[in-house]
Design a protein around this ligand. Sequence first.
Ligand SMILES: CSC[C@H]1O[C@@H](n2cnc3c(O)ncnc32)[C@H](O)[C@@H]1O
Ligand SMILES: [Zn+2]
Length: 440
Amino acid sequence: MDYLRVAGGRVLRPDGRVERADVAVDRDEGTIRAVGPPDEVDDAVGATADETLDASDSLVIPGLVNAHTHVAMTLLRGYADDKPLDPWLREDIWPAEAELTPDDVEAGAALGAVEMIRSGTTAFADMYFETDRVADVVDRAGLRARLGHGVVTVGKDDADARADVEEGLAVARDLDGAADGRIRTAFMPHSLTTVGEEYLREGVAEAREADVPVHLHANETTDEVDPIVDERGERPIAYAESLDALGPDDFFAHGVHVDEGEVDRLAEAGTAVVHCPASNMKLASGMAPVQRLREAGVTVALGTDGAASNNDLDVFDEMRDAAMIGKLAADDASAVPAEAVVEMATAGGADALNLPGGRIEAGAAADLAVVGLDAPHLTPVHDPVSHLAYAARGGDVRHTVCDGEILMRDREVLTLDAEAVQERAAEAAADLVDRVDAAE
Ligand SMILES: CSC[C@H]1O[C@@H](n2cnc3c(O)ncnc32)[C@H](O)[C@@H]1O
Ligand SMILES: [Zn+2]
C-alpha cells in the first residue's frame, strides 16, 4: 500500500479525547489504516511510511465539513451587505446572479475551494447553478462534496418552472458518484416558499425514486415562516413532511424559527439541521435553538452559507460563532460548549451530508486537517478543543488531506494554482459587476 504517515502530533479522537498519536493513511484506499503511538503505528501497518506529514506542535483533526454553502458566491463577497434576507436577495443578489456565466461559477467555485482547503475544510454541501462546473472544480481540487442545482420556481411560467425542477433532478442523477465517488448529490429546492407546491411534490417524489436526499433552506426567517402558517395553517416542518421531504437522509439549512413541535419532528424523522450562525447574525435572521435541537437528538451540522452573507468560508469562524450565539439563544453560558461545536463541524457535518469522514479512526476516510498550535494566539494550550472552538482560525491549518491525498502542505495548495485562481476570480467578479451595472 502507499502509506502516508501523519507524525508527531496530537490527535482528536471520536470520543473527544486528545492523545499523542500518529495516523497511518492508506492512500490507495483513501482511508485511515491505524491510529496509535508513534512507536507502534508502523508495526500495525506492517510497513514503513512512503511519505510523512509533520504534525509536531499540532493537532490532527477530522477535515472540517461546511454543510451548507453556495460556493461560487465568493464572487459576490462584499458586493451587498447590511440588509435582511429578502431585500438583500431581491434587490442585490438575484439581479447579480442573473448575469452569472458558467465560467463565472467555475471561477468563484475555484476561489471557494482554495479558501476551504486553506482553512481545513475537506467536504461541503453546495446549492447553486451550473453544477457541472462546480463538480469539475471539486474533482480538480480533490475535495468531497454533496452538490445540487438550486431550484426556484417563483416568478417563472409553468414550462420554465418544470425545466428548473428537471434540471435539479438531472443534476442529482447524473453527477452522483463523480470524482471517483467523492461527489454525491441531492435534490435541492431553494426553499418551501420559492418553489411552488406542485413542483416540490413532484420533485421530491422523483428524488425518492432516484434515491437522492433533499436539501433546502427551511425556517430561516419569520418572513418565510409566517406566510406558510397563514396560507396553509401548518408550520414549515409539517409542510415539508406532507411533501415527503422530511427523511433521515435529508438536511435543512438554518432551522432558526423552529417551534418545540418542529424540533421534535426533526428529531423523530432523523432530518439534520445545518446551523449557519454567521449568516443568521449578518442578515439578522434570528438565533437558532441549537442547544434544544441537540438535546432533542437532532443531528446539527455547521455551514457558512454563501460568502456574500458571512463573508468567508472559514468553518473555524462558524464554530466560534455557533458557541457564542448558542449561549445567547439559550441564555446559558454552558450551552453549546466547545466540544459540541467541534462535533458539529466534523462528525455532525459528515453525518448530515451522509458523506465519509468526520472521525479519526481506523477504517474511516482519510479526511484530515493538521492545525498548528504554536501561534501566539494559541498559547498556552490548556485545552486543544477549547482552542479549536474559540481561538484557532483557518490560517492556523498547516496541512489538509482528503481521501488520502494531500491538498495543502505547509500552507501551499497542491491541487489548484491558488494564485491563478484568485486572479481569475477577481477578474470575473469585476466583469460581472460591470455587466450588472450595464443591465440596470
Ligand atoms: C437557487 S441557488 C441558491 C440561491 O440561494 C441564495 N441564497 C444565498 N444565501 C441565502 C440564504 O441565506 N437564504 C436563502 N437563499 C440564499 C443564493 O443567492 C442563490 O440564489
Ligand atoms: Zn443558503
